[in-house]
Design a protein around this ligand. Structure first.
Ligand SMILES: *[C@@H]1O[C@H](CO)[C@@H](O)[C@H](O)[C@H]1NC(C)=O
Ligand SMILES: *[C@@H]1O[C@H](CO)[C@@H](O)[C@H](O)[C@H]1NC(C)=O
Ligand SMILES: [Ca+2]
Length: 350
């Protein structure tokens, strides 16, 4: 379709890996593929990246929001200016979205999101956040950062408001990823914790410098990184293998405000096609089991980990409480026994 061009701005991790990956012969390639088992599987493959213009949204956003040539469609309160696509303005009860019109059939890809969240509200008096999507559905309004609930596919949320008051250990804004299969609901009151794949905190509001979010999907491994400190360095946010996403879904970005608000801006979305070398065996395996419903391997493990974490602080509290009570109890028993003993000793002596 559109002409592909080499990317200019690479996360440092990828750049360094590329340099030391020249496969000299098919033999070394096979060797590397064989030895590079699980942990390093995704990093030790040579990669090429091409910007796919038809899935990218960049200045000057030509034709976006009008019928006709644009590959992107606006919805709700979203509007285009010369500087950004503003999903919502800093006003109450807004919903806005921008959706790709073309389904994406790429196997391995990388989405670089240049975004901006800013507003008048003081910390925790702003909301609710924005989301980046790769889903079967498109152009649906709803409660999940402006998209429908029970979506099918991947959502990466920049959640700027803590709805659940209890999680003291979690600092907001918080970036969180979720995979839906059409019947999994996003729990807004709990900031999506029951269904999260993982995430990280990210102080992205009201910054002078540019902020980026980076979503990479290679060989069923989902990696989210952020560059928000103005240092042009990517920081890991989450990295999860065994994420099964069907091909032919749509990219989109949405945002929502409620009682609290913010400007939620997309400066650019850049999608890169990744050309990843696969062994014959891998190719065959992937051909055999075409993914039709999104899912995540070992989701129970991810969840139980979270459960234990939640338990542990309560468990710790009770452990400390009961050991203190136990100590006091033992002390009293000890004192009673001692006084009895010394009394009886006195009686024996006199
Ligand atoms: C979606 O995921 C839930 C929870 O993992 C599961 O119970 C349900 O069967 C899945 N639905 C489909 C259509 O696969
Ligand atoms: C989402 O799915 C859940 C569980 O399958 C269901 O109870 C709920 O009504 C659904 N919500 C919507 C908006 O479809
Ligand atoms: Ca929230």
């Amino acid at each position: 379709m559109a002409a592909a061009s080499r990317r200019s701005r690479l996360p440092s991790r990828v750049t360094s890996r590329r340099k030391r990956m020249p496969f000299k012969s098919p033999f070394t390639l096979v060797l590397v593929v064989l030895t590079a088992s699980r942990c390093f599987a995704d990093d030790d493959h040579e990669m090429e990246e091409f910007l796919k213009r038809e899935f990218s949204l960049t200045k000057p956003y030509q034709g976006v929001g009008s019928f006709g040539s644009s590959h992107w469609e606006l919805m709700g309160d979203a509007m285009v200016t010369t500087e950004q696509v503003r999903l919502t303005a800093d006003m109450q009860s807004r919903q806005g979205a921008v959706w790709s019109r073309i389904p994406c059939h790429l196997k391995d890809w990388e989405m670089q999101v240049h975004f901006k969240v800013h507003g008048q509200g003081k910390k925790n008096l702003n909301g609710d956040g924005l989301a980046i999507w790769y889903t079967k559905e498109r152009m649906q309004k709803g409660p999940v950062f402006g998209n429908m609930d029970n979506f099918t596919g991947l959502g990466v949320f920049v959640d700027t408001y803590p709805n659940e008051e209890k999680h003291l250990e979690r600092i907001f804004p918080f970036i969180l990823a979720m995979v839906g299969n059409g019947s999994i609901s996003y729990d807004h009151e709990r900031d999506g914790r029951p269904t999260e794949l993982g995430g990280c905190n990210a102080m992205v509001r009201n910054l002078k410098h540019d902020t980026f979010l980076f979503i990479r999907y290679i060989r069923r491994r989902l990696t989210v990184m952020i560059d928000i400190d103005g240092q042009h360095e990517w920081r890991d946010c989450l990295d999860i293998p065994g994420v099964r996403l069907p091909r032919g879904y749509y990219f989109g970005a949405t945002a929502i405000t409620g009682d609290l608000s913010d400007n939620h801006d997309i400066v650019s979305l850049k999608l890169y096609q990744l050309t990843v070398l696969r062994s014959k065996k891998e190719e065959e395996e992937e051909e055999e089991e075409e993914i039709t419903i999104p899912s995540v391997d070992n989701m129970e493990l991810l969840r139980s980990g979270d459960g234990e974490e939640g338990m542990s602080s309560i468990a710790l509290f009770f452990t400390v409480l009961f050991s203190m009570l136990g100590c006091i109890f033992l002390l009293i028993i000890g004192l009673v026994v001692y006084s009895h003993w010394s009394e009886s000793r006195r009686k024996r002596f006199y």
